[in-house]
Each structure stands twice: as structure tokens, then as C-alpha cells.
Design a protein around this ligand. Structure first.
Ligand SMILES: *Cc1c(COP(=O)(O)O)cnc(C)c1O
Length: 414
């Protein structure tokens, strides 16, 4: 039998999703009402006000001159991207599929940049016609862009994505430093710039992205300082002063017990000093940061329902209609070295005081499909709503929805 104990409600750390009459709410709507409105579970729900609040917080603490771009791959839901397009300064994308969504928002193409290794001739051609900034990942790509732009009679806007000679320390995912499939090694950039000057291309600047999911202010600031110093040294070889330098981002969010949320004030004060030094040398160059996870990650939840509850040799299993096919990251299979539990709530039993230890699993026929291991939660029954927090970034679009042939979940922006 399950261990039963009487104590205070056991809730995961929850920010921004208040409880009303024992139920979790999203944008003021109780979970059961939202589920009724959507008509089926599982689903993802994103709260537009929480996203706007996060951007407002960034504007408050980060330097006024710093431009904020949204990296669409974190959450490419068209309604989310449209909402972002009205509150950020630009969109960064990594495919022509994302480009179509970005252009539909009405955002000025000059404020949209397209990065990604392995852009095909077809994709380059579409991006040139669209007038977005192409972040070039190799010399070969530059030659292709120059040829295609000439054919179209367009002067393409280009930036060089630089693979720096340093890395972002203590990142969840490193994407710069050492050998990489991303960008042009910094030592090759001067010769590439020399060639660029011979081509009929509009040089916009540099893109230097080092990594993702970092929760250490001092590592982030150290990298930002090195990044801007690298941009200054490379700018000497450019045909014109860079209009923009995109210094990446990498701001992480707190997923797990013990994770400390980033202190935006510390980051803002540090960045302000670093940018002041940079602007002494390049006064008219815009500094851009691009963030995905930090802007939307905390604002989303993934909701599934308990289909079955059973006990196996003393362990209780809540089997849900969701799973890793919708939320790969929560199952611990999206680049994590060890699986840790996301914050979870039984969303229709927020004021239930009786708790038990449970394992939450999905409906897939694979032992990888785990959403919560040995979690102490309010006692749940079949039909209850299981909510996973911190699901606004790298959720649905980063999951193998075709695996095992279950239907895809819905998504709503509330
Ligand atoms: C993935 C990616 C981002 C966004 O990273 P987050 O950790 O979600 O902020 C930004 N820029 C580039 C080039 C990326 O590939």
C-alpha cells in the first residue's frame, strides 16, 4: 500500500499560477474550466501576461540600449510568436518554417535574423527575398548568398556567426568554443571579412552565441565581456562598423530544487558596465541579446490527466494520457545527463492535505516515459489533472510526437 501521511499541502514551487477554490489557474481560468474549453487533454497552456511581465522585468533591469530578441525555437507556437513580436525588438529564427511564422507577425524583416548550420540554397534564396538578416555559418554559405542575391538583384543583409575561442562556463548546452558545427572560427573571420568586402553584401555585424540554460551571473557576464571584446577586435577587419552585435544569451530558468533564479539586477548592472566600455570604441553599434527559454519557459504548463492508478510492489503509479512524446524534456531525455523531476502539481487538488509518494508516467510503452519519480504529492485519483511547470520552452516542438502514434496535444495562449 502507498504511504499515507497527514501534513500541509505539498506543492512544487509555483510562480504565477494562483490557486482559486482549490484549483490551479492559468490567466485567471481554473484548470478544469480551461480543459473543458479546450475539449481534450493533454494540452500546453501559456500565459501571455506572465510572458509580458518577464519582458517588462528585463526592460527594467537590463541596460536601456540593449535590444531584446526572441529566439523562436524555444516556443514557435504562432500565437506566442505574434505576442512576442509586439513586446521584443526582434525575432531570431533557425529555419524557413520559423521564418514564415515570424513574417506573418508583421515584424520588420530587418529585425529578423536567421541562423543555423546547413541552410539549403532554397532556404537562403527565400530568406534573401524576405529581406531578413542572414547569420552566415561558413564561407561557403557566404558565396552561395552572394550568388543568389545577385540573381535576385537584392543586396542581402548578412552577419557572421562567430565560433569564439572561449566557452560559456557551466552551461546546460554549449554552442560555442572549441570545434563546433556552428559559426566560423574566430581566427578565420578576418579573411572572411576581406572576401565579404569584395562581394555586394550589406554587412550588419556579428553573432556570437555560446550556450544555453546558464544560472550563474558571473559566468554569463564573463562571457558577455569576452564576446564584446571579440566583436571589437574583429570589427577592425570589417568593411564598415558593425550595425549590430548579437551577443547570444544563455539565461537559464530554475527547473529543479536547489536551482537559484538569475538575479536580473546583477546581470543588468554588470552588462551596463561592459556595454559602456564597448560603446567607447563602437558608439553606434547596437548590442542585441537573444533569448528563448528565459522569456517563455516559466510561463507555460503541460497538462495531462490521470488515466489509471496502480500499485506495483509498493510503488504507486499515476498513469497519464500525456508523456515524453509531448514533453521530451520533462522525461529527462532532451540533453540532460541525469533525470530530475520538473515541478509538478495535482492541479485540481491544490488544497488537499493528504499526500502520498507517487511515480508519474506517460502512456507510452517505454520505460523512458517518466514525468515524475517518487514525488510526494496530494493523493490523486483517475481523472485528476497533472500539471508540469516550466514547460513554456522546448516543450511540444522539441518532442517526438510521432513516437507510438498517439494524438498530438493542443496548445493555447491564455
Ligand atoms: C537555441 C538558441 C537560442 C536560444 O537559447 P535559449 O537557451 O532558449 O535562450 C539563441 N540563439 C541561438 C543561436 C540558438 O541556437
Amino acid at each position: 500500500m502507498a504511504k499515507m501521511e497527514k501534513k500541509k499541502p505539498v506543492h512544487a514551487p509555483i510562480i504565477g499560477f494562483p490557486v482559486k477554490e482549490g484549483q490551479l489557474t492559468v490567466g485567471g481560468i481554473t484548470i478544469s474550466q480551461l480543459a473543458n474549453r479546450i475539449g481534450s487533454t493533454p494540452f500546453y497552456a501559456y500565459d501571455r501576461n506572465l510572458i509580458s511581465d518577464r519582458i517588462a522585468e528585463m526592460r527594467k533591469y537590463l541596460p536601456a540600449r540593449l535590444k531584446l530578441h526572441y529566439a523562436m525555437k524555444a516556443n514557435p507556437m504562432p500565437a506566442v510568436v505574434h505576442h512576442m513580436s509586439r513586446i521584443v525588438d526582434g525575432l531570431d529564427l533557425a529555419s524557413v518554417g520559423e521564418m514564415a511564422v515570424a513574417l506573418d507577425t508583421g515584424m520588420d524583416p530587418a529585425l529578423i535574423s536567421f541562423a543555423g548550420p546547413g541552410k539549403t540554397v532554397q532556404e537562403l534564396s527565400q530568406a534573401i527575398a524576405a529581406g531578413v538578416v542572414l547569420n552566415m555559418e561558413s564561407q561557403g554559405e557566404m558565396e552561395n548568398i552572394a550568388r543568389l542575391a545577385k540573381e535576385q538583384g537584392i543586396r542581402a543583409k548578412v552577419a557572421i556567426r562567430v565560433n569564439p575561442d572561449f566557452e560559456l562556463k557551466s552551461s546546460g548546452m554549449k554552442m560555442g568554443g572549441g570545434p563546433q558545427q556552428f559559426g566560423v572560427d574566430s581566427e578565420e573571420v578576418p579573411s572572411m571579412l576581406k572576401r565579404l568586402a569584395e562581394l555586394d553584401l550589406e554587412f550588419i555585424g556579428f553573432h556570437i552565441f555560446s550556450g544555453s540554460q546558464n544560472l550563474r551571473e558571473e559566468s554569463l557576464l564573463e562571457t558577455q565581456e569576452k564576446t564584446l571584446a571579440l566583436a571589437v577586435s574583429l570589427a577592425k577587419f570589417a568593411p564598415n562598423a558593425p550595425k549590430k552585435v548579437n551577443i547570444g544569451g544563455g539565461f537559464g530558468i530554475a527547473y529543479f530544487p536547489g536551482d537559484k533564479r538569475l538575479d536580473l539586477k546583477v546581470l543588468g548592472d554588470g552588462l551596463s558596465d561592459i556595454m559602456a566600455k564597448f560603446h567607447e570604441v563602437l558608439p553606434d553599434t547596437e548590442v542585441v541579446i537573444e533569448l528563448g527559454r528565459y522569456m517563455v519557459g516559466d510561463a507555460g504548463i503541460y497538462v495531462s490527466r490521470v488515466i489509471d492508478k496502480k500499485t506495483s510492489r509498493g510503488e504507486v503509479y499515476l498513469i497519464t494520457d500525456g508523456g515524453m512524446h509531448h514533453h521530451l524534456a520533462a522525461s529527462g531525455n532532451f540533453g540532460q545527463l541525469i533525470r530530475k523531476n520538473y515541478a509538478v502539481a495535482i492541479a485540481n487538488r491544490m488544497d488537499v492535505t493528504q499526500s502520498e509518494q507517487v511515480n508519474i508516467v506517460g502512456c507510452l510503452c517505454t520505460p523512458l516515459d517518466r514525468l515524475g519519480d517518487k514525488m510526494t504529492l496530494p493523493s490523486a485519483e483517475v481523472g485528476d489533472y497533472v500539471v508540469l511547470f516550466q514547460s513554456g520552452a522546448y516543450g511540444l516542438s522539441a518532442s517526438p510526437t510521432a513516437f507510438l502514434g498517439h494524438p498530438a496535444p493542443k496548445e493555447v495562449l491564455v
